[in-house]
Design a protein around this ligand. Structure first.
Ligand code: FAD
Length: 320
């Protein structure tokens, strides 16, 4: 009766969120006195999972699962949970996992708690802390079903190295016809994605126009960060919609969020509140973002950002 964790990979390589949910699964397994089994789909090398506490890997290699399909993936995890007699199943809060988790909950007749930010405060009854009201509040939720599904918020628990050596087993679930075939996937960018990034550099209408995004890209490049933007910026077509963050865009729960020329409207803050450290660069000292920020620079982005890039490059060169 192990804890089962679904560890997502992309092009065969584990995402950072996969290692985070593995770390979380290990914490739960320690609490209930059991082991961790991970289920992976078309992962190239599963040994890395051992470093984050996974004891056993069920590795599914199946060409029909090359493109994500929520129904088929939920079926794979369901069969893995049955095989392991898992009473707790852990998933991330990636877009894919958010699609598959409700289907999995139906399949396993399980209760599902999303947006969980801490290891369970209690395992009997099974109680977890979750964010609510777009990260403005927390609630404690008890899952009362026999099988429990926990969706762990990105960057909430962090990576915990927990060396074990993971055994690997090929797993061949039967995958019924899903009724939907994903024909092709257009990847929006080959850069760091907002979901996987440790740092996000985000810019708003204060940048005046799309021609000024070179310095934002450069700052993101120096920091190994993903780029993001406010809603009007993507509405105006200055940046792709995949970069729009906030209440109606992507949520950001990163370690460092740098907001440049963004006023800090409530709908923007709603999506980035869960970020650990927020830095704001804005000419207007009264901009609402300063109230939500950990660090603020009152200044012109066109002066501050190039100076910041220069300093960061010098720092990196000195510490190379
Ligand atoms: P502005 O409000 O125009 O702010 C620009 C800022 O740049 C100002 O603070 C200004 O002082 C500063 N600035 C100007 N020049 C410079 C300079 N040279 N250097 C530095 N700073 C400078 N917005 C989102 O972002 N995400 C959402 O998901 C979202 N969802 C919404 C949902 C609804 C239902 C509604 C009604 C609105 C939503 N909005 C959302 C829009 C939101 O209310 C704001 O209008 C928007 O966030 C403002 O974008 P902005 O800060 O880029 O632009």
């Amino acid at each position: 009766m192990s804890v089962l964790v679904y560890t997502e990979s992309e092009n065969g390589k584990f995402k950072k969120t996969a290692l985070e949910v593995a770390s979380y699964a290990k914490a739960v397994a320690n609490q209930i006195g059991t082991t961790v089994t991970a289920v992976t789909v078309n992962a190239a090398d599963t040994s890395e999972l051992g470093n984050y506490g996974v004891d056993k890997v069920l590795n599914v290699s199946n060409s029909t699962l090359e493109k994500f399909n929520a129904k088929s993936y939920a079926e794979v995890i369901k069969q893995a949970a049955s095989k392991e007699d898992a009473k707790v199943v852990i998933v991330s809060q990636s877009a894919d996992s958010k699609y598959l988790a409700p289907l999995l909950a139906v399949g396993l007749n399980a209760g599902y708690a999303s947006n969980v930010v801490e290891a369970p405060s209690n395992t009997a009854p099974f109680t977890v802390k979750r964010t609510a009201f777009t990260n403005k509040a927390f609630n404690m939720t008890t899952i009362n079903t026999d099988v429990k599904i926990v969706g762990v918020s990105n960057n909430a628990f962090g990576l915990v190295e927990n060396s074990a050596s993971a055994s690997s087993e090929n797993f061949s679930p039967s995958i019924p016809e899903s009724g939907v075939t994903v024909q092709s996937v257009d990847v929006a960018t080959d850069k760091v994605t907002i979901a996987d990034a440790e740092v996000v550099v985000s810019a708003g209408r204060g940048l005046k126009g799309p021609e000024n995004w070179g310095m934002i890209e450069e700052l993101a490049g120096v920091l190994g960060a993903a780029t993001a933007c406010s809603k009007p910026v993507s509405d105006l077509g200055w940046r792709p919609h995949s970069e729009h963050v906030g209440q109606t865009g992507k949520p950001v729960a990163t370690n460092l969020y740098i907001a440049i020329g963004i006023s800090g409207a409530i709908q923007h803050l709603a999506g980035i509140n869960a970020s650990k450290v927020k830095v704001v660069i804005n000419t207007d000292p009264e901009a609402p973002f300063f109230k939500a920020a950990d660090y603020g620079v009152v200044g012109d982005a066109f002066e501050v950002v190039p100076a910041l890039i220069e300093k960061l490059k010098a720092f990196k060169a000195a510490n190379a």
